[in-house]
Design a protein around this ligand. Structure first.
Ligand SMILES: *Cc1c(COP(=O)(O)O)cnc(C)c1O
Length: 237
């Protein structure tokens, strides 16, 4: 199993290298998140042992369980956990206490709760605002026009750091169509960066297994890859 994970990890890294080269970008500025939803703790551990540092989870309970199992592994440390699923108010405390990043901020109230509930002995929680860049079917995320106002408010919170934007466009086929959507997100990101003048605002989280190349071409700084690393998921998500 580890051999397959290693092949997959190397293939994804090679794709990142090749796509970055094509786009005249430094591959070092692109962070790879391994999306481990539905993947058992043992396989996450194997992936971590291959040197993969960043993991992302969609469901609070499932994620917290894995985080706590992996925390007790003496051979594995310094993993960085990203929450990338929808987050309701009654689940914010568990997330604030266990994760390092939350990428699905779409209202101030959730960010406020996360800031209040972040344990003071931990580093501030890193946040991204989720933007519904293509008016997509999930309906999650703020509209592009609402992003700046929310960003300004979130930036004021004491125990969180606003790091950037995250998008989950509906799947589309073809490099050009994918590029078009990702370029829209990139333009919004750069415009906010310009207006906010905040050194921490450096992250554009976009691109998954099926559109890595387009996302890299358009300027992603953080890819969230599940299937290409762990194989097809059994459960529908
Ligand atoms: C599941 C998921 C991913 C990974 O998708 P793959 O197509 O398996 O790479 C990325 N981002 C989010 C928000 C997800 O829910």
């Amino acid at each position: 199993m580890t051999e397959l994970l290693e092949l997959n990890l190397n293939a994804v890294k090679q794709e990142i290298q090749a796509s970055a080269l094509l786009a005249d970008r430094d591959p070092g500025e692109i962070t790879l998140l391994a999306v481990s939803k539905t993947v058992g703790a043992q396989r996450v551990k194997e992936m971590a042992a291959l040197g993969q540092l960043n993991f992302a989870e969609n469901y609070v309970q499932e994620g917290v369980e894995k985080i706590q199992i992996l925390q007790n592994e003496v051979s594995i440390h310094n993993l960085i956990w990203h929450f990338i699923g929808p987050l309701q108010s009654n689940k914010t405390r568990l997330v604030a206490e266990n994760f390092d990043w939350v990428q699905t901020i779409d209202r101030l109230k959730i960010a406020q709760r996360l800031s209040e509930q972040r344990p003071r002995n931990l580093k501030p929680l890193q946040l991204c605002i989720q933007v519904n860049i293509d008016a997509g079917s999930t309906k999650s995320g703020v509209s592009p026009g609402e992003a700046l106002a929310l960003a300004k408010e979130v930036m004021q919170l004491p125990h969180t750091v606003l790091r950037g934007l995250m998008t989950i466009p509906d799947p589309v086929q073809g490099l050009d169509a994918q590029m078009q959507i990702h370029t829209k997100a990139r333009d919004l990101f750069l415009s906010l960066k310009e207006q906010l003048q905040n050194e921490h605002f450096d992250t554009l989280s976009m691109g998954m297994s099926a559109d890595m190349r387009a996302a890299i071409g358009a300027g992603t700084t953080m890819l969230r890859v599940g299937t290409a690393l762990f194989g097809a998921r059994k459960k529908l998500t």
